[in-house]
Each structure stands twice: as structure tokens, then as C-alpha cells.
Design a protein around this ligand. Structure first.
Ligand code: ZN
Length: 338
């Protein structure tokens, strides 16, 4: 079947509406009398329903300019769907965004579940202070994944809505990075108040800066993909400085260093791999048109983000348990001496 662009008011849409209308009349589903007396609203509601149900996926070249983002994905794109209802219903249809939507929707639900479980523990088990520190991470993860889900669902609504949600999507990434730093710095510099406050302040400044950059209109342009990956990667990688500081302070091979740095490095590798796939658009770059629906770079990036967030959660849990077990600030550092 040839690709059809279902733009509002286009001849194809009018034609398919007429077909549906005829079919409806024949099957007695539509009360013609009522339709004839109808007020404009009812006709409008009818047209909207028919149109929402009848859109077809289309080819990249048939997309309007504002929806053309990745030319290595050929078929299966959603046409513009200027209705929130239609966008949310498109979650249940198969197109280039289906995988992106579901990966972060499920990730978001998973983090809401883990977050609620964590904060609802009795205070003998987990103290309020711990809950606040972990809460920053949970909030970052939930907001990031939630905004990402909303962006991928609503990106085809209209230029304005698409732009607004892409900005929120980027702000979400900045919040996830900020939220990830909070517990790490808190437990890493548990007994060192000054560096803790300095690093947390720097993270806040860098976070606000990346949010400001994210709000810039041009930031979401397809050509600036490497810049976007670069901004968030450098923000994340700025964590190397406190990590090195921490390792020198605690000893590179101490028990706590090994535990927390191991997970931190794994998290970093997952994020970097994700960001590189995203920036380079691998694998669809090598096989254009072969990863339109599944396993495109953006989906892999989404899965790696979730994996990295869970690895980080595990890492900060270990750090927190170590700190709680070895009572406050009398932590034996036990560096291995050569
Ligand atoms: Zn995304």
C-alpha cells in the first residue's frame, strides 16, 4: 500500500472520511436524521473521531519539516496529530515512536514504584534524611522519564507542543543528572561538609546552566544533536572531579571506594554508550530504513538510560548502607598500602 500523508484537510483525509461515512450509513451506525439536524459541534466531533481513527503511518519524506528529525528512519512515522487524545491513543499503535514511548513509560512507572516503596519504609528502617537524599534521585528519574514519555507521545501534536515538550524532555535529563549527583555526593563526602557543599553547589549551577541551554529554541534542531549529547555528557562527566577527590580521600582500593566507584563507572559507561548511539544514530545510520520501528538508536539510548539509572540506584544504596553500618564519621578508610 502506498504511503499516505494524513494532513488535516488533505484530499486523502476528505476521501477516507467520505468512505467511512458511507460505510457507517450502510451499516446503520449513523443516524442520518440526527446528523442532518446536527449542530456544528456534533459534525465536528464526528469528523474528529473519524479522522483520529483513520490516520496512517507515513514516509519520512511526507512529513512536514518540523517533524523531520531522523532521515535514517524511512517508514512508519506518525503524521501530525493535532489532538491530545489522538496522540495518547497513538501509544497503542505501531510507529517510529512506539518503542521510545513505552521504554520510558515503563521506566517511569518502575521508578515511581521503587520510590514509593523507599519513602514509605518505617523510619527505624530508613531515616527521614536518607529519604530526602534518595528522594532527589527518585524525583530526577521520575521527572526525566515522565517528560521523555510525554515528549515522544506528543511530539507530533503541533510545532508549539512539540517544541515545548522537547524542552521539558531536555530539562528532565538535566534534573536526572542533578538528582543522581545528590546522594552520591552526600554519601561520598558524608563526613566532609565543606567539599560536599561546594560540589553540590557546583552541580546546581551546572544543572541550571544546562536547563537554560535546553530552553533555547534552536537547541532541539536535528543538526544540534551532537551539541545536545555533548552538553549532557560534559555535565555528567564533571562528576569525574569529585570521584577522583573522593578516591584520593578514601584510598583508591578501600572497600567503600571499590563498591561505589565500580557502580559509578558502570553507570558512566552505560550513559556514554547511550549518548554516543544517540549522537551518531547507530545502527540506523548503517542500515537506513531497517530500524524504523525497533532497535533504532533512540530506543537503545532510552534502554541504556534506564539501565544506568538502576545501576546508580544500586550503587548509592550500597554507599548508604556502608555509611549507616559504620556509624557516623568514624569510617575506617583502610587504604591498601604498597
Ligand atoms: Zn527520548
Amino acid at each position: 500500500m502506498p504511503d499516505t500523508t494524513t494532513k488535516e484537510g488533505s484530499p486523502e483525509v476528505v476521501l477516507s472520511m467520505t468512505e467511512v461515512l458511507k460505510a457507517g450509513v450502510l451499516s446503520d451506525e449513523i443516524d442520518l436524521g440526527a446528523l442532518a439536524h446536527n449542530a456544528a459541534e456534533q459534525a465536528e466531533e464526528f469528523v474528529r473521531k473519524v479522522w483520529e481513527a483513520s490516520w496512517k503511518v507515513c514516509h519520512y519524506k511526507n512529513l512536514p519539516k518540523w517533524l523531520q528529525d531522523n532521515d535514517f528512519l524511512h517508514r512508519g512515522h506518525r503524521p501530525p496529530l493535532p489532538s491530545f487524545r489522538a496522540c495518547f491513543k497513538s501509544i497503542f499503535r505501531l510507529h517510529t515512536e512506539t518503542g521510545n514511548i513505552w521504554t520510558h513509560l515503563l521506566g517511569c512507572i518502575a521508578f515511581i514504584g521503587v520510590g514509593l516503596y523507599f519513602v514509605s519504609r518505617p523510619s527505624i528502617e530508613i531515616q527521614a534524611q536518607e529519604k530526602i537524599v534518595f528522594g532527589a534521585f527518585f524525583m530526577g528519574a521520575i521527572i526525566c522519564l515522565g517528560f521523555s514519555f510525554a515528549f515522544h507521545t506528543l511530539s507530533c501534536h503541533s510545532v508549539e507542543i512539540g517544541r515545548l515538550f522537547s524542552k521539558l524532555d531536555y530539562c528532565g535529563i538535566a534534573l536526572l543528572i542533578m538528582g543522581s549527583f545528590v546522594p552520591w555526593l552526600y554519601y561520598g563526602f558524608y563526613c566532609h561538609f565543606q567539599p560536599k557543599v561546594i560540589y553540590l553547589s557546583v552541580v546546581c549551577v551546572l544543572g541550571v546552566l544546562s536547563i537554560v541551554v535546553s530552553l533555547w529554541d534552536k537547541f532541539s534542531e536535528p543538526g544540534l544533536r551532537p551539541l545536545r549529547a555533548g552538553v549532557f555528557m560534559s555535565f555528567g562527566l564533571s562528576g569525574v572531579i569529585p570521584a577522583v577527590h573522593y578516591s584520593i580521600m578514601e584510598g583508591w582500593f578501600s572497600q567503600i571506594s571499590r563498591a561505589s566507584l565500580g557502580w559509578l563507572i558502570l553507570m558512566g559507561l552505560l550513559y556514554i554508550t547511550g549518548a554516543l548511539l544517540y549522537a551518531l544514530r547507530v545502527p540506523e545510520r548503517w542500515f537506513p530504513g531497517k530500524f524504523d520501528i525497533w532497535f533504532q538508536s533512540h530506543q537503545l539510548f532510552h534502554v541504556l538510560v534506564i539501565a544506568a539509572a538502576f545501576v546508580h540506584y544500586h550503587g548509592i544504596t550500597e554507599m548508604a548502607m556502608y555509611r549507616v553500618m559504620y556509624s557516623e564519621c568514624t569510617v575506617p578508610t583502610e587504604p591498601i598500602t604498597f
